[in-house]
Ligand binder design. Structure first.
Ligand SMILES: [Fe+2]
Ligand SMILES: [Fe+2]
Length: 242
């Protein structure tokens, strides 16, 4: 009797032990599953947050345009005062202006943003002017790319100075009008669903039509030109206090 009781106790112990192990394993599996599911959900939310809306995207690109205009201003000033200008600085800046601003940013505006307002008969005259300015800008950029390496004679320098000045003068109010009037009006005119769909259409077009531009790479190229011209350090633009 004592032997069978001991056997029973041992069997009961092992049964309990294995039941506990199974329970712990089950609990661990479930816990891991929930953690992974939560992680995936968090990743997808984060991914969604990382996607820029059309307006955010275009305004970020205006930041690049602004930095290129600053480079143009520096080159214009150097040419006016007879200082040296590294030829590659002007050509590289004009090349980014063409590939990133004119062939990418402005094509998105012309093919996706402006038609949304034109089709609703909103800001039609303003958009007509913006379209015309894109064309004039392309002519100027073409001239700079064709002639920017020949800055030997005074006449050649003057031709470039005049075009740089015209370009800067036109594009500062151009982009400001887009940032403060066109983009906010677009956001108001479209429903949440339409605005989201527009963002998806633009993203799709960037893959298939325009080719994806690596924003970080563009910024690196801009920084290299700024450093070449000695205008990279932001603090140099802070007025000196007395
Ligand atoms: Fe524009
Ligand atoms: Fe723009």
């Amino acid at each position: 009797m004592a032997i069978s009781l001991s056997m029973y106790t041992r069997r009961a112990f092992f049964l309990n032990f294995f039941q506990w192990v199974q329970l712990i394993l089950c609990f661990t599996c479930l816990y891991t599953f929930f953690l992974q599911a939560e992680g995936k959900e968090r990743d997808s939310v984060f991914q969604e947050e990382k996607e820029l809306s059309p307006n955010e995207d275009l305004m970020q690109e205006h930041g690049v345009l602004n930095r290129l205009l600053l480079i143009y201003e520096e080159i214009e000033q150097r040419l006016k005062t007879g200082n040296d200008v590294p030829a590659e600085a002007l050509l590289q800046a004009a090349s980014i202006m063409k590939s990133f601003i004119e062939d990418h940013h402005e094509r998105i505006e012309e093919e996706f943003i402006f038609p949304q307002l034109e089709n609703r008969n909103i800001l039609v005259d303003l958009i007509q002017t913006l379209r015309e300015q894109h064309l004039v800008g392309r002519d100027i950029t073409h001239y700079i790319l064709m002639n920017g390496s020949q800055l030997n004679s005074e006449e050649e320098r003057q031709e470039i100075i005049q075009r740089l000045h015209a370009f800067i003068t036109m594009y500062r109010p151009h982009e400001a009008r887009e940032d403060t009037v066109v983009f906010p009006t677009l956001r108001e005119a479209l429903t949440e669903k339409e605005y989201k769909e527009l963002g998806e259409e633009i993203e799709e077009a960037e893959h298939t039509l325009f080719g994806e531009e690596d924003f970080d790479e563009i910024i690196e190229q801009v920084v290299a030109i700024e450093k070449l011209l000695g205008i990279y350090e932001l603090s140099q633009f802070t007025p000196k206090s007395n």
